[in-house]
Design a binder for this molecule. Structure first.
Ligand SMILES: Cc1cc2nc3c(=O)[nH]c(=O)nc-3n(C[C@H](O)[C@H](O)[C@H](O)COP(=O)(O)O)c2cc1C
Length: 289
């Protein structure tokens, strides 16, 4: 019987090359000078974890430079390789470059921003006023990711008890896209300040297909090492040990997480999680296009 497994290998010679940010090894390549399979796979694993922690949600660092067609294809191919419930692949990707469309969306986002801002008061309102929430006009293009619940027919293997499993699949495609873009030296910013009906009408999306993510994509000057919302003092990442439970909800994990954090596998090592995050308003991108 023929095997449909890919052989395990440390490089992907059939893929086109793409720019990789300075200081990082291309994913899946062996260290220079020849390496044992063990060393090569370690390098690949390190590169992967570096990529995961380097990924950022980008708002203010887009350059607006064009994206090479083969790079965009590779990013979309990564998204399309995501796992999906019942292998339904319920996603579609709409590439939006038209200036008028983007301006119309941006105006809608500004409106929804105001709707959200009206729910805030005091220091929270002041802080939000300084936070930028999108790079719709400054990014090179937008990719809108949609969810079609009808894809795969009425009977979907694995979705009979959890209708949201289809949506989960689309979000995995988004994450693949996000990581692949990061590996290609691009930034991605997810914008969710919109009403689905507005986007459906703007882009001619059929009834029943849900826009799940409006992603701003393009080359960036740099990726910040800290999430913008953390830098703005809006929220902060939780330590790993706070979100891992042993056996049952609330079960304390003494070993795995605390040890791995202590070993330095987390970017949060050394942070004092009991202190409020100092806001650095001058350093964060503001909501000015
Ligand atoms: C479902 C989803 C919706 C989001 N919507 C927005 C948004 O409308 N505007 C924005 O600036 N960031 C948005 N983000 C980005 C988050 O704020 C960001 O992921 C988070 O602050 C962590 O930062 P990081 O992605 O740089 O690690 C969204 C992220 C997700 C996953």
């Amino acid at each position: 019987m023929p095997s449909h497994r890919h052989p395990v290998r440390a490089s992907a010679p059939d893929l086109p090359t793409s720019p990789v940010p300075t200081g990082t090894a291309p994913i899946g390549t062996a260290p220079a000078g020849g390496a044992s399979p063990e060393e090569a796979s370690t390098a690949a694993a390190l590169a992967f974890h570096d990529l995961v922690h380097r990924r950022r949600d980008v708002r203010g660092e887009f350059t607006g430079a064009p994206i090479a067609a083969e790079v965009l294809t590779r990013v979309l191919a990564a998204a399309h390789a995501a796992p999906s419930v019942g292998l339904t692949q319920p996603w579609d990707f709409i590439r939006v470059t038209d200036e008028r469309t983007r301006r119309a969306f941006h105006a809608h986002v500004q409106h929804e921003r105001a709707v959200f801002a009206a729910t805030l008061s005091g220091p929270r309102a002041e802080r939000f006023a300084r936070i930028r929430i999108d790079g719709v006009l400054s990014s090179s293009l937008s990719l809108v990711v949609t969810y079609d619940a009808d894809r795969g027919g009425p009977v979907v293997l694995g979705r009979h008890a959890i209708a949201d499993a289809g949506l989960y699949s689309v979000c995995l495609a988004v994450e693949n896209l996000w990581l692949a873009a990061t590996a290609a030296g691009l930034g991605v910013g997810w914008v969710s300040f919109y009403r689905e009906e507005f986007v459906r009408e703007l882009l001619g999306i059929p009834a029943g297909v849900r826009p799940v993510a409006w992603l701003c994509v393009g080359p960036v000057t740099h990726l910040e090492t800290q999430p913008d919302l953390e830098r703005a003092g809006w929220a902060r990442r939780r330590p790993l040990a706070d979100v891992v439970h042993e056996e049952r909800w609330g079960g304390h994990v003494e070993t795995t997480c605390s040890q791995s954090v202590a070993r330095g596998s987390s970017p949060m090592v050394g942070a004092d999680w009991h202190q409020p995050v100092p806001a650095a308003p001058s350093a964060i991108p503001t909501d000015q296009e």
